[in-house]
Design a protein around this ligand. Structure first.
Ligand code: HEM
Length: 530
């Protein structure tokens, strides 16, 4: 005890033992370790439960990987080819995972009708189109749901009426003259053909803005025009090829983080918002100074004059109010977002099909001569009919559907035709996989507008061909789109013959932005008629 040497040797040994035993300890406190084990076990159980949902409800589908789901199955592939291959393998209704999100794919027309029409209340929400949304687009029809959507949808639907169409057609015609002028210039410089999509994308912006809002964008002559720049950046941002957007669509919690990188779209949206504010001020001045002003009749005028019912708690209408400027802009942006890229891509696709099918192009020209003459447009009621042009547009939408599917989110558990839908599931109605089915459309690769003659349409299920969606949330711009496309076709066919050139590609490479559009444009030759 009293030996200081012994004490000295024992002490370091004790320390050694202490050090050795300490190295076997966990580097964290035991309570934390237990919590990690429990959390991991719960997470594994949750994921196992999540990723087995389709097994439990007896839906076939590709095997998902944890966290990624089936998104890797789309890597380096055209998504539409993946859906076509899955349909062959798993049938008309199957499930897959977009990251953590279970998605039910429907290729069955009757089931599609049940979801879009009969059980609309359980499926009225559409998943986000572009995860990067800026004020006031968060109020746009494309992004809202519930009672809010119902009220705003009523406003938007009301602006498409006979008076507004009649007025807007003259605006469409005016801008089509500019297109023809531009085509003449380019055609004389490039008689061997050129990329018509470059012109048509801008032309549709101009035509839409001029006829719908009395807004002279003239992007045909100025590619820096704010509305055109906004559309370009909006599409680049929303594109399926944009990895940041793709990630945010699958993992919504990343939106605040990745939004920081959405710079060009944000800046263009800001400039566009300022332009829209100026436009509304000018329009107000016109309407105030001239109560009979024609600009009351277009889409913007109709929105500005719309009276919105204000209800009390019992639902009784107590007064009416006009839309605020920001509400008007949100609606204008719904129409811009829904109507420009879709019509632009479709017009390019129609011209491609006419160039590839000279006998249909000739028939279309003769049809235009008979119903519209060599110049000008027929009256509005004739324009609304023009069945053959409508069949050409529909057959183009069958082969090249700019909106290849319709999407919904299930908001209440329900069962339809023995399939159990759970709250939060995505529903993808992939109409496009049916459009190339030879049992439904014989020789599906052949461009044949007669498939859309009334007698032929009657033979098919009403929910089989859905390029504009269906049910209460169907595209409100269908009539506007057909008018705009018909006016454009009439004017082009009256003056030019549409022919293929050495650079016309067949099949046409396409890309999802997320609108299906030509990947490298549409090259055609426009030859002036004698
Ligand atoms: C070829 C042209 C067009 C095609 C193929 C097309 C297609 C579609 C489709 C598939 C939907 C979704 C429907 C659904 O979820 O059931 C939609 C929605 C919409 N479209 Fe179109 N569209 C076109 C042109 C237009 C035009 C010209 C406008 C405006 C003038 C427009 C405005 C809208 C709006 C505002 C919505 C959202 C409706 C809502 O959520 O209630 N579209 N469109």
């Amino acid at each position: 005890m009293g030996n200081p040497e012994l004490n000295c040797t024992i002490q370091p040994m004790r320390q050694e033992v202490k050090t050795t035993s300490f190295s076997f300890h966990l580097p964290i406190n035991p309570l934390t370790a237990v919590l990690i084990v429990i959390t991991t076990a719960l997470l594994v159980r949750y994921l196992r439960n999540l990723y087995s949902i389709f097994e439990r409800i007896n839906l076939p589908g590709p095997k998902p990987k944890w966290v990624f789901g089936n998104i890797q199955d789309f890597r380096d592939k055209n998504p539409l080819d993946v859906f076509a291959a899955w349909r062959k393998k798993y049938g008309d209704v199957y499930g897959f995972f977009e990251g953590f999100r279970p998605s039910v794919v429907i290729n069955d027309p009757e089931m599609a009708r049940q979801v879009l029409v009969t059980h609309f209340d359980n499926f009225h929400v559409r998943p986000i189109y572009n995860p990067f949304v800026y004020y006031p687009d968060d109020r746009s029809l494309l992004n809202i749901f519930g009672e809010d959507w119902r009220q705003q949808r009523h406003v938007v639907s009301s602006v498409f009426n006979s008076a507004s169409f009649k007025y807007m057609i003259s605006g469409m015609e005016h801008v089509s003259e500019r297109l023809l002028q531009k085509v003449s210039e380019i055609e004389s410089e490039s008689p061997e053909g050129f990329n018509i999509s470059l012109l048509l994308d801008r032309y549709v912006v101009d035509s839409f803005a001029y006829s719908g809002f009395d807004y002279d964008v003239d992007s045909l002559n100025n590619e820096n025009a704010p509305l055109y720049r906004y559309m370009v950046e909006f599409n680049n941002s929303a594109s399926a090829e944009n990895p940041a957007t793709g990630l945010c669509r699958v993992y919504a919690s990343l939106i605040p983080l990745l939004k920081v990188f959405d710079t060009k779209h944000r800046e263009a949206a800001h400039v566009h918002l300022q332009e829209m504010r100026k436009l509304i001020t000018t329009q107000k001045e016109k309407i105030t100074s001239d109560p009979d002003s024609n600009c009351r009749k277009n889409l913007l005028g109709q929105l500005m004059l719309h009276e919105y019912p204000v209800k009390d708690e019992s639902g009784k209408v107590v007064c009416k109010r006009s839309l605020t400027d920001e509400e008007v802009i949100a609606h204008m942006n719904s129409l811009i977002g829904g109507g420009i890229s879709t019509a632009g891509a479709t017009l390019s696709f129609v011209l491609h099909q006419l160039a590839m099918n000279p006998h249909v192009e000739q028939q279309a020209y003769e049809y235009v001569l008979e119903h519209c003459g060599t110049d000008g447009l027929p009256d509005t009621s004739t324009l609304k009919r023009l069945d053959f042009l409508e069949q050409i547009i529909k057959e183009t939408l069958r082969l090249l559907p700019c909106a290849p599917g319709v999407a919904r989110t299930c908001t209440n558990d329900c069962e339809i035709n023995n399939v159990q839908f759970k709250e939060g599931m995505l529903i993808r109605i992939m109409g496009c996989t049916l459009y190339s089915d030879p049992d439904i459309f014989p020789n599906p690769d052949v461009f044949d507008p007669k498939r859309f003659e009334a007698s032929e349409c009657e033979k098919r299920h009403t929910s089989l061909f859905l390029p504009f969606g269906q049910g209460p949330r169907v595209c409100p711009g269908v009539k506007f789109a057909f008018l705009q496309l018909k006016v454009s076709l009439i004017k082009i066919l009256q003056q030019f013959s549409i022919q293929k050139c050495s650079r016309t590609m067949d099949p046409l490479p396409t890309t999802l932005k997320p609108i299906l559009c030509p990947m490298e444009g549409v090259f055609v030759k426009l030859v002036r008629r004698k």
